[in-house]
Design a protein around this ligand. Structure first.
Ligand code: ADP
Ligand code: MG
Length: 186
């Protein structure tokens, strides 16, 4: 997918903020693409435009597939079990079990989401997104909610999956970029 000469301005009460200034990027069909840059440089804005929900920009967006986004907040049904959260998006048990196992969540599948740690909730969020069969998986501030162990689990699965789909991560963590990214956008 591709953005060409995209400019995004937020109009505030007293001033305008140019969040993206004539940005052109192309994202590969496979591999891990890391988007890096200081806080406030427009990374989340860029993801929202890539995802397609924010249409209020100038320039062109060309997208050739289904996109899922892992947002910074957890958006799961807290009072329901992990497995019920997952069944809502895909009823294929083999596939659900495959992802539960990859993300080391099989033993927690019957627990209510509200009983999970933040890192475990984040992993459920990834499983749910992947069960929707995205061609592109956008992940905002992937390391913000995750400790070292959870980052290793998640990044190892994403590395494997990125042989088939395109994974885009936004992060501050340069060591993560050096270890896992196939492409980097600054
Ligand atoms: P990053 O994710 O890299 O930290 P953002 O994309 O969130 O950056 O923000 C880019 C710039 O746009 C910042 O200066 C931020 O304050 C501003 N901004 C982001 N969202 C809004 C909004 N809804 N209204 C006004 N300004 C915004
Ligand atoms: Mg952000």
């Amino acid at each position: 997918m591709k953005l060409t000469q995209v400019t995004k301005i937020y109009h505030n009460k007293h001033s305008d903020v140019i969040a993206l200034d004539n940005v052109s990027i192309e994202i590969a069909h496979t591999g891990i693409t890391a988007i890096i840059g200081p806080s406030g440089c427009g990374k989340t804005t860029l993801l929202y435009i890539l995802r397609g929900h924010d249409k209020n920009f100038t320039g062109h967006r060309d997208v050739d597939g289904h996109i899922e986004m892992i947002e910074q907040d957890i958006q799961l049904f807290e009072a329901m079990s992990v497995i019920d959260n997952l069944r809502m998006v895909n009823s294929n048990f083999d596939e659900i079990n495959k992802y539960l196992s990859l993300f080391q969540m099989s033993e927690h599948q019957n627990k209510k989401v509200k009983k999970l740690s933040l890192g475990q909730k984040k992993r459920v969020q990834f499983i749910r997104a992947l069960l929707n069969h995205p061609d592109y998986l956008l992940c905002d501030e992937i390391t913000a909610a995750l400790d070292y162990e959870n980052i290793q689990i998640v990044m190892n699965v994403l590395k494997k999956i990125s042989q088939q789909i395109s994974v885009i991560i936004v992060t501050h963590d340069i060591s993560l970029v050096e270890r896992f990214a196939d492409h980097t956008i600054k």
